[in-house]
Design a protein around this ligand. Structure first.
Ligand SMILES: CCCCCCCC(=O)SCCNC(=O)CCNC(=O)[C@H](O)C(C)(C)COP(=O)(O)OP(=O)(O)OC[C@H]1O[C@@H](n2cnc3c(N)ncnc32)[C@H](O)[C@@H]1OP(=O)(O)O
Length: 228
């Protein structure tokens, strides 16, 4: 069985050494000539062109110089007021009892909002800490709410997150987010998360939101919802 898997390279003692999966693609194995028959690391012949669409979405996100400052809508919730859910079916807006994040987002000054959330044990990723994807959702949602202060309907086009330190389950998180700049339909936002009132952030995020006409954007999708 093992010799069939590694038919291309020569066999070595590590073929049977546990834990098998961790060693399978290791540089040591490659140096020793233990190259599997179907090696995903082997590059195809010929030049691989960079994927430009992908590059446009990658990191080092900066607000373009032409972007203008966000203008708060005159009827936006006053600083300190809770911002209502944008859609009752939204995972970010629903309470934990209803399978959601259980976020409370309040308006701040200008285009700034503050989100509060207690990390439910159901959000665990690594032992005792929040799942990174859940924290990304928290960032996405709270930054999205900052667009509501401009009375704009948006969807996320790009989201990037830096995880600086582990976020324990059952900890109380404060997320500060704001719209940094607006350029046509594009809203550039940023956010930081603080654990149990710490002074230093445990993570930060940036996002690009695009304004949409909800009626048009969701017209052909709304039929998929189980929450209408
Ligand atoms: C209160 C609200 C809280 C909401 C929080 C939660 C929000 C979400 O999680 S939404 C769910 C996840 N997001 C989505 O499903 C969106 C899926 N994507 C789409 O539907 C489309 O790509 C959409 C609508 C974003 C843009 O499409 P479209 O309307 O055709 O506009 P398009 O012309 O492609 O892009 C507009 C501009 O944004 C730019 N752009 C779009 N995507 C990106 C990107 N990923 N990176 C960089 N620039 C981008 C385009 O280059 C274009 O720039 P310019 O105006 O300078 O030419």
């Amino acid at each position: 069985m093992v010799s069939r898997r590694f038919a291309v390279g020569r066999r070595c003692s590590m073929d049977t050494f546990p834990p098998f999966s961790r060693l399978r693609w290791s540089p040591v194995r490659r140096r020793r000539g233990c190259v599997p028959a179907h090696d995903p690391l082997r590059r195809p012949a010929g030049r691989v062109e960079p994927q430009l669409d992908y590059l446009a979405m990658t990191s080092n996100w900066t607000v373009p110089g032409e972007a203008v400052s966000p203008v708060r809508h005159p009827e936006a919730p006053a600083p300190g007021e809770s911002i209502p859910a944008h859609w009752h079916g939204c995972f970010g807006c629903r309470g934990t009892g209803d399978g959601g994040l259980g976020l409370d987002v309040r308006a701040g000054e200008g285009a700034e909002v503050t989100g509060e959330i207690v990390v439910d044990p159901a959000f665990e990723g690594g032992p005792g800490v929040i799942h990174g994807g859940v924290l990304s959702s928290v960032f996405d949602e709270v930054m999205g709410f900052s667009a509501k202060l401009l009375a704009l309907e948006v969807v996320t086009a790009h989201l990037e997150v830096d995880f600086r330190s582990p976020v324990p389950v059952r900890s109380a998180l404060t997320v500060r987010a704001r719209v940094d700049g607006v350029l046509g339909r594009k809203l550039y936002a940023s956010a930081e998360v603080y654990v149990n009132g710490a002074a230093a952030p445990a993570g930060s995020a940036r996002a690009l939101f695009i304004t949409i006409d909800q009626a048009v954007h969701f017209r052909d999708l709304v039929g998929n919802s189980t929450r209408i």
